[in-house]
Design a protein around this ligand. Structure first.
Ligand SMILES: Cc1cc2nc3c(=O)[nH]c(=O)nc-3n(C[C@H](O)[C@H](O)[C@H](O)COP(=O)(O)OP(=O)(O)OC[C@H]3O[C@@H](n4cnc5c(N)ncnc54)[C@H](O)[C@@H]3O)c2cc1C
Length: 213
């Protein structure tokens, strides 16, 4: 199916959101991802992007970070604007917010999209939310993270080389029943986050983990 872009916004350094009109019959949950595809310079590409909106009612959003060296598909998405159409499939993934009483999201780089979506879904569900977000340079989605703090969520943002990450995870995890732990980011971050969960006395196998590759 095709989805039409209705908005594109910059939300941080080399990071932008694309909002799409939700196609008929498409229903996704915070934490799930979609597959976008298209032709770039005559070659076909398909890449996965996690929902960064708390739901998919009327519209849904993704958050894309273009790596420093760029990449064919993220560069292509960066050039889209309202009215453009993209082939979309999904949603996919079992790692979504499922009504947990407390959601703790560990996010690296573009994983911040999933973090705001899941934390917003938890807050809307009158549940507790905590986000530990590790980023390179300035954080993305600062406005939505601030709004989450105003809504009562615990949000910690840390720079890439910050060795306080494990301590922040230790602070965020209560390991109480009803707590869901979520991890979103590229492979290096997932490894660091998994180690931090274990060091904090949590259960990495029970965490909902989505590696971006
Ligand atoms: C389940 C899943 C969910 C994903 N969700 C998101 C998402 O919500 N937002 C998002 O931006 N991407 C997400 N990705 C990654 C995305 O699918 C693409 O891999 C990414 O956009 C790069 O594609 P490209 O064609 O631009 O570059 P490529 O040429 O495919 O990638 C270039 C290289 O850089 C690495 N890379 C690319 N971007 C980064 C980065 N920001 N940090 C570290 N390494 C990077 C890639 O792993 C690859 O080795 C997800 C991937 C998966 C598997």
């Amino acid at each position: 199916m095709d989805a039409t872009v209705v908005d594109r916004e910059s939300v941080g350094p080399d990071t932008f959101t694309l909002t799409f009109e939700t196609p008929e019959g498409f229903e996704g949950l915070a934490g799930q991802f979609v597959r976008l595809s298209g032709a770039v310079s005559g070659e076909s590409y398909a890449r996965f992007y996690t929902l960064s909106s708390p739901d998919t009612e009327d519209t849904f959003e993704i958050t894309v970070e273009v790596a420093e060296e760029g990449g064919p598909f993220s560069d292509y998405l960066a050039d889209l604007s309202a009215g453009d159409e993209v082939a979309v499939a999904g949603p996919y993934g079992e790692e979504y917010y499922d009504g947990e009483a407390r959601a703790v999201v560990l996010a690296g780089g573009p994983g911040v999209g999933a973090a705001v979506a899941i934390a917003e879904a938890a807050v809307a569900n009158d549940a507790e939310a905590a986000v530990v977000y590790r980023h390179d340079g300035e954080p993305a989605h600062a406005e939505r993270l601030d709004a989450l703090v105003d809504a009562g969520a615990d949000v910690t943002t840390l720079g890439e080389g910050d060795d306080a990450f494990a301590a922040a995870v230790d602070d965020a995890l209560t390991n109480a029943a009803g707590e869901g732990v979520f991890v979103y980011g590229f492979a290096g971050f997932v490894e660091t986050a998994t180690e931090a969960i274990e060091a904090a006395g949590g259960d990495p196998d029970g965490a909902k983990v989505e590696s971006f590759g």
